[in-house]
Write a protein that binds this ligand. Sequence first.
Ligand code: DX5
Ligand code: ZN
Length: 226
Amino acid sequence: MSHTSNLILPSLLAADWSQVAAEVRRAEEAGAKWLHLDVMDGSFVDNISFGPQMVQVVRKCTSMYLDVHLMIHRADHYLERFIKAGADNITIHVEADYETSVSATLKRIRAAGRHCGIALHPDTPFEAALPYVNDIDLLLVMTVVPGFGGQPFMEKETMPKLAAARDHRDVHGLSYHLEVDGGIYTHTAPVARRHGANLFVCGTSSFGPPDMKEAIRGLEEAVAAA
Ligand code: DX5
Ligand code: ZN
């Protein structure tokens, strides 16, 4: 998929975990093509979610593209487990600790035939991504402090950075996706679209409403009209 196409990605964090398989099917039947999976280690972020075993369970339930967002230290130490579990894209944070390095980890993800991304915390400037922009398929600009769903969209803190990333990418003829994650609803997705985003991670706004198909359609329409 090209960075000029827009996509709504439901985030499993907001699903009903008492029936994960049914929730994954609900997302697929609602028309989602990519599913976003948030891995949290209780150290890099102040919350613990799930690990490679959950990614593997989800992989067995769906053929959707699995976009795995690692909010963990030492992603390089755990990498093979997520690759084996069936992640299609693996995004790592530039602020996290590594046994090797961000660059070495990105190389290993690609060598395994998967897509790779880097993520920026709301406090991290776009410049922190510069050493990696030639080696990524996706840049995730976090629009909330990573760790929890249901937080408000940090427009002032993150939109100038998103626009700077878009401008830098386009001037240099690069083609990575620009993804936003956190507080994305029908009123905030168009703002992110106008600043360059094409991948919209939606937790509460997709899994929350009873009719997910309607929710995704509403988000798609809001983005298309931006
Ligand atoms: C937050 C996660 C998000 C989360 C977004 O740290 O990275 O993916 O699921 O949730 P909402 O859409 O509810 O803000
Ligand atoms: Zn996420």
